[in-house]
Design a protein around this ligand. Structure first.
Ligand SMILES: Cc1cc2nc3c(=O)[nH]c(=O)nc-3n(C[C@H](O)[C@H](O)[C@H](O)COP(=O)(O)OP(=O)(O)OC[C@H]3O[C@@H](n4cnc5c(N)ncnc54)[C@H](O)[C@@H]3O)c2cc1C
Length: 529
């Protein structure tokens, strides 16, 4: 069963090896585990529903609790502490576009706010109901999960937008295709959610971000229905797909999406390469990108992240052998791990692997074989389960992400890492910070920083610590000229930083757009702007 106050299925546990626990304790001190409220206590906080009855709406407390919060750190604190705040008054499960239009009519007539809901995996407050006197209806799209049409010669697949990652891939794979979109939240996140948040999958280097994969679709809005045809290309004025990308549920509900798929690759391989330092790793990946090698993934960890990855893996004997080997080859404390992904026809994969390894060799990169890459691939959707384990040990984990041009990457990493590292010093708390470059482009890269700090027994204190950290890192990002988010979106947690990025004219243009589709302000109020 899906956990109500943590990540994923409750039968999946990601244990923390004893050496990893000791490593964390040495870095930031012993964890203090706060006492969680029980499910019964959390449910007792739900007020009675304010919605009129409707055949598509359920309003039991458990369903409402399960749709009240996403997966940001404040969401976890709220759920585990039982201070959930506002609950949706009900949850509707439409099956068809007509159901969605009916729900929008019902909301318009009855003065109800609507929150489109995909998998609820938002990490920035996208799906949280806002307090107020207006009843709130969450529209859970999970039953709109069918493959409607596959145009195999054109490699175009049309799905209902509530389909989850695993269901979408399973249906495509049965026909020899893949979308290649694998965010770490793949297990639960949905096609509609990916579009509405501008999501980016782990293999975006090969398959592209969701912007590139989204070919057309349908939006049901309070102002009417918008159909976006899926031309291969068009010069017919502004591209209206851009309106839906990043719309965060403010314009309406995406009911259908056509995506550009690829034939399943004959072979897929992920390899690990160690570099003596971050500069050499960066120089190598830039050259691989500029050589336009058809790679599907490049992920370069800083020395701090490399050390943390190795320590958290806990396989001391095996890692001891690796450390000795790398040290014989001249790689010490500053070493950085690069993961490279290849996919395609077998012959091409081996050619491109040779090319990539040749470039890595020029920068003193040492090929560590497939083990690291395979381990990463095997665990890539399991890693979020570690967050449950760490919480139970008294540690909070959160991430912050941005993107900037290559010439600014080093400065950005040092500003953000430093801002986080010292943010809680005044409160006597240490923060463990580590970073990787996850999605790379010829002209720059995304920067993904993880920070671990201690929970307090007092939820208020944990939230204050998080706010201090989030604010320090976000200000550092803006000071360094990065975007406030490369992939997680705006929601509630980033909206205060948006005017600086978009400018006042830009913000008022977005406001006007929202008013155009939703004149009465029914759709997901308080998010994005
Ligand atoms: C452990 C973890 C790992 C993650 N890894 C990644 C990652 O690798 N890459 C990445 O990009 N993100 C990642 N995320 C963030 C999150 O998964 C993405 O933002 C994802 O796209 C959200 O999809 P969802 O279906 O869960 O949407 P939800 O969280 O349900 O909703 C997000 C927003 O989209 C809107 N929305 C959802 N469906 C529709 C629809 N049909 N029509 C209109 N609006 C809609 C909602 O109103 C809301 O504003 C991660 C999150 C977690 C918890």
């Amino acid at each position: 069963m899906k956990r109500w106050n943590g990540w994923g299925d409750d039968s999946v546990i990601y244990p923390l090896p004893p050496s990893a626990a000791a490593y964390l304790e040495e870095l930031i001190g012993p964890g203090i585990t706060p006492k969680d409220v029980s499910l019964a206590q959390a449910l007792s906080a739900a007020p009675a529903s304010r919605l009129p009855k409707h055949p598509l709406i359920v309003d039991d407390r458990l369903t409402r609790l399960n749709h009240a919060r996403g997966h940001s750190l404040p969401d976890w604190v709220a759920l585990r502490n039982g201070q959930i705040g506002t609950f949706p008054d009900g949850v509707a499960y439409p099956l068809t576009d007509e159901d969605v239009r009916g729900l929008i009519r019902f909301a318009t007539q009855s003065g109800i706010h609507l929150i489109p809901y995909g998998g609820g995996t938002s990490v920035v407050g996208h799906i949280n109901p806002q307090p107020g006197s207006t009843p709130i209806l969450t529209v859970d799209m999970s039953r709109m999960n069918r493959l409607l049409h596959l145009d195999q010669p054109s490699l175009l697949a049309t799905f209902q937008a509530g389909i989850s990652g695993p269901d979408l891939e399973a249906q495509l794979r049965a026909k020899g295709c893949t979308l290649g979109h694998f965010p770490q939240s793949f297990e639960y996140s949905t096609l509609g959610g990916w579009i509405a948040t501008r999501s980016c999958g782990q293999q975006s280097l090969g398959y592209g971000r969701i912007e590139k994969l989204f070919a057309g679709g349908k939006l049901e809005s309070p102002a009417g229905s918008l159909h976006l045809p899926h031309f291969p290309a068009s010069a017919a004025g502004p591209d209206l797909r851009e309106l839906l990308l990043g719309s965060e549920g403010r314009l309406g509900i995406i009911t259908e999406a056509t995506v550009r798929v690829s034939p399943l690759p004959e072979e897929e391989a992920f390899h690990g390469i160690f570099f003596p330092d971050f500069d050499s790793g960066q120089a190598a990946v830039q050259q691989m990108l500029q050589a336009r090698l058809p790679l599907v993934m490049l992920r370069l960890s800083t020395a701090e992240e490399t050390a943390t990855t190795l320590a958290l893996a806990g396989r001391e004997k095996l890692l001891g052998i690796l450390e000795s080997y790398l040290s014989l080859r001249g790689l010490g404390k500053g070493k950085c791990l690069l993961l490279v992904g290849f996919a395609g026809k077998s012959g091409f994969v081996s050619t491109y692997r040779k090319e990539a390894l040749g470039i890595a060799g020029k920068f003193k990169g040492i090929h560590a074989g497939k083990t690291f890459g395979q381990e990463w691939h095997k665990n890539r959707f399991r890693t979020p389960y570690l967050r449950n384990t760490l919480w139970e040990r008294g540690y909070a984990v959160d991430t912050i992400e941005t993107a900037t041009e290559w010439s600014n990457v080093d400065k950005m990493i040092s500003y953000v890492d430093e801002a986080l590292r010292v943010a809680l010093a005044g409160r006597g708390e240490k923060v463990h910070v580590f970073t990787h470059l996850s999605h790379m482009y010829p002209f720059g890269s995304s920067i993904y920083t993880t920070y671990i700090f201690r929970l307090s027994e007092d939820a208020e204190v944990t939230i204050q610590r998080w706010q201090t950290l989030k604010n320090a890192a976000s200000r550092a990002i803006q000071k360094c000229g990065g975007t406030i988010t490369h992939q997680h979106g705006v929601g509630t947690d980033h909206k205060m930083y948006l005017p600086e990025e978009k400018g006042l004219l830009g913000i008022s243009a977005i406001e006007d757009l929202i008013k155009h589709f939703d004149p009465s302000g029914l759709m997901n109020p308080g998010k994005l702007l």
